[in-house]
Design a protein around this ligand. Structure first.
Ligand SMILES: [Zn+2]
Length: 279
């Protein structure tokens, strides 16, 4: 069983991704948590909250392997009415997707509050794009600041953070701070952590560093907070089924070599995501 907790359909600067193209790439996966780039990074095909999420919903009905997230656009809306209606009408939406970098809206802005209130009310995790540690829109520190105002809401740092090793280290410090001081309910997916430009860094050192750090916190093993995710088809390393399979195989191999623990691997590959999203 494999759950990819971070995939996309739709148009973006990376290409135009049909659901069929995505499904071709992720043949190894049993289930994938998907949001629509037409509401995020639309490359000229922008759709509003209602349109882009209904499109995602229809696709997930056609292809039940894809579980939909509802994309939030607090930079445009003045309230959460559309997303509230979507969550009330379609329980199929398993969580919220928030991309502060593309919205150019700092992650600690109060414009997010109404959406996080919805996440709390409907008990839905929020998948964030967690950007460079220096980003004034999507740095993990800004996301953490907002997550502390909504400690009941699971907030996923998608990609941990972008950028090199020192960015990852700082983002891990944030995760540890949230765990050790019980300040927020942070999760993390491993997409992009060890992927630069066109290919995987096969040592996967930063991913292993993250797992090691969360395994040995002063509050015990917190690796249940870590999810396998690819961001497919975004990123040249996610453009073919062969490449996806290769990356997944390397991930499995590195985890087993380092930790020699099948349970840990299975948790990272699907149990953690299923527990978090409740399916
Ligand atoms: Zn993404």
């Amino acid at each position: 069983m494999i759950v990819d907790s971070h995939v996309h359909i739709g148009n973006s600067e990376w290409g135009n991704f049909s659901p069929e193209y995505l499904l071709e790439i992720i043949q190894d996966v049993d289930c994938a948590i998907c949001s629509n780039l037409n509401g995020i990074d639309s490359a000229g095909c922008f759709k509003d909250e209602y349109e882009c999420n209904l499109e995602m919903l229809e696709i997930s009905k056609k292809y039940p392997k894809l579980k939909p997230l509802t994309v939030c656009q607090p930079n445009i809306t003045e309230n959460n009415k559309v997303v509230r209606t979507l969550l009330e009408t379609y329980p199929d939406f398993i969580g919220l997707k928030i991309h502060p970098e593309y919205m150019r809206l700092p992650a600690d802005s109060e414009k997010y509050d109404k959406y996080l209130e919805l996440a709390r009310e409907f008990n839905k995790p929020c998948l964030y794009h967690s950007g460079h540690i220096k980003s004034r829109f999507s740095s993990p520190a800004l996301i953490y600041k907002k997550a502390q105002e909504f400690p009941e809401v699971p907030v996923i740092l998608g990609h941990l953070s972008t950028g090199p090793n020192d960015c990852h280290k700082q983002a891990i410090e944030i995760l540890l701070d949230s765990i050790e001081n019980n300040r927020a309910n942070l999760y993390v997916d491993i997409s992009w952590i060890d992927f630069m430009f066109e290919r995987i860094n096969e040592s996967m050192e930063d991913t292993l560093m993250l797992i090691e750090a969360l395994k040995t916190t002063s509050c015990g093993d917190n690796t249940y907070r870590i999810l396998w995710g690819s961001d497919a088809p975004v990123g040249a390393f996610n453009h073919t089924q062969e490449s996806y399979s290769h990356n997944l195989a390397i991930f499995k191999q590195r985890i087993l070599e380092k930790f020699k623990d099948e349970n840990l691997l299975n948790n990272l590959l699907y149990n953690n995501a299923q527990r978090l999203y409740g399916f």
